[in-house]
Design a protein around this ligand. Structure first.
Ligand code: SF4
Length: 328
């Protein structure tokens, strides 16, 4: 079902003359790691080292591979161009090819005239087919280009929907082609436009309005709790593509200016257990923007995004709320 492009990986290993090869897989593909390592070792004669730590995105590159391997092969995500080049790094974008044409007539009924398309890296190769079909059925279809954090046209990340915001004034609504709700919610909040989810995995078409209301209520609740906080922990990620040190320092200044306490805490993986040791009233994450939102129920103390902190401190109006984003 998944094509890991092992022949191309083997070509890269041979071209580099690599002997030790680090393999990094996201959680959803880790079960394929052993089979891939066996095959790569068989055809190239190299030694593979599978990286066991969690990996959630290309932002999460294990740059320490240099201390034990010649090259790194990162599976599942596209590169983040703004993170800069590494000649010894090979990305394997993994595509999904779910059938979706049966969903198109139902989708069409929900569409306005001008539509923007966005998706994740797993489906970027199918956007052209979708665009062509919609244009044949009378729609004007645009696919935007994101900023330097984004490699492919129409591609969005949970932390970056600039491929949508770049065309928001030219479309009436968006189709998010893919599974999950975080990306379409981020597009809806960033653009203010309705978003239809065309989900080839669940084989359904849905809109995100109801869910958006629920998430906004949760976020409002977290912000209200943090208004009373006297002390804050500001989390800085040690992952190379999630580091926002300058932002963390400026948030610390904002908190101190309001007469409260603030501490910078650097972490790799952020978990509720690790935070329990810190006797603080609330946390602000400058790491992956999904942390605060996806894991809302797991934290005992309010966990805010930087934008939410501004609301809690009275620096930003709730009416200007958007998801946190990491720009390239
Ligand atoms: S920061 Fe979070 S949303 Fe952005 S690429 Fe990394 S894991 Fe995905």
């Amino acid at each position: 079902m998944f094509d890991l492009h092992l022949a191309e990986v083997a070509d890269f290993i041979r071209a580099k003359g690599a002997h030790r090869v680090a393999l990094q897989f996201p959680e959803g593909l880790k079960s394929l790691a052993m089979e891939a390592a066996e095959e790569i070792e068989r055809v190239t004669g190299c030694v593979c080292i599978i990286l066991g730590d969690p990996c959630y995105g290309a932002c999460d590159l294990n740059t320490s591979y240099r201390s034990f391997a010649d090259i790194l092969v990162h599976f599942g995500h596209s590169e983040i161009p703004s993170m800069g080049p590494d000649d010894n790094l090979f990305y394997v974008e993994v595509r999904l090819d779910y059938e979706f044409t049966d969903l198109l007539p139902e989708t069409l009924k929900l569409l306005s005239l001008r539509v923007g398309l966005v998706t994740t890296v797993q489906h970027v190769h199918q956007l052209g087919i979708l665009k062509e079909w919609l244009e044949r059925h009378g729609r004007t279809v645009l696919i935007g280009r994101g900023d330097k954090r984004i490699k492919n046209a129409g591609q969005v990340l949970g932390c970056n929907v600039t491929a949508a915001s770049s065309i928001k004034d030219q479309v009436d609504q968006f189709i998010y082609f893919g599974s999950g709700d975080f990306h379409p919610l981020a597009v809806s909040l960033a653009t203010g436009k309705p978003v239809i989810v065309l989900d080839p995995l669940m084989q359904e078409v849905r809109d995100v309005e109801e869910l958006k209301d629920k998430i906004l209520r949760q976020r409002h609740g977290a912000i209200s709790l943090a208004v009373e906080a006297r002390s804050f922990g500001i989390i800085i990620s040690s992952k190379p593509g999630q580091q926002r040190k300058a932002l963390a320092e400026s948030l610390k200044g904002m908190i101190i200016n309001k007469g409260k306490l603030a501490f910078l805490i650097a972490m790799d993986n952020v978990t509720p257990d690790q935070l329990m040791a810190f006797q603080l009233d609330a946390f602000v994450s400058t790491a992956c923007p999904r942390l605060a939102i996806d894991d809302y129920l797991r934290y005992r103390k309010p966990m805010l995004t930087p934008i939410e902190l501004e609301v809690a401190l009275g620096i930003r109006d709730w009416g200007d709320y958007v998801f946190d984003s990491v720009l390239g």
